[in-house]
Design a protein around this ligand. Sequence first.
Ligand code: C5P
Length: 219
Amino acid sequence: LQPKRLLGKRVLLTAGPTFERIDAVRGITNSSSGKMGYAIARAAAEAGAEVVLVSGETALPTPIGTRRINVLSAQQMLTAVEAEVAAADIFIAVAAVADYYVLNPSEQKIKKDAHILTLELAPNPDILANMTAKENPPFCVGFAAESENLLEYAEAKRKRKKLPLLAANLVQTAMGHDDNEIVLLDDSGETRLARAPKIDIARKLIAHITRLYDAAQLE
Ligand code: C5P
């Protein structure tokens, strides 16, 4: 049994992919099973936290002890996070948010013909960066999935998004799998979490977040 180090704390998470509508049946999405985010939500609940999980479409059951809010698009995810963030002590952004949305989605199914079809895409808001930019932000944790130069890209992302903690993983080892291997980057350097089932990685991540969060409260 995990020690209940997050008793009385509220943890808000995003998980899964977002889906940006092209027409009545089609859309643009990212490949993300949601498994890592759901495992972290479960681990946070085991640690005693009150957990809110804002989730894109996944095939996963709601983790025990969590309140789940279902969304489709990045804009809906942002709206849900905005509504919940003021109450949160810790925000963990695990979702694979689509970088763009379709400017003029069609209500009806687009019929195919011989012409070239052009989609106009506009950038989505960065949900995590919006939260760290707040006046009294919760303790924010980000994820970085990279296919190469993992540590270099991840540390640059941590600085750009002003995060006390970023969890970095390789796309090749993380996506769709039941286990993962991640590197945690914070102000004191790197901590490697060796390959293990996602729930074990999630419990270690929650323990690490708790240590940093407690230290930040003493500052
Ligand atoms: O910039 P990149 O997508 O690689 O950053 C990944 C981190 O930022 C993840 O924690 C992800 O959940 C978050 N993110 C977000 N909103 C976006 C893009 C990424 O919250 N539009």
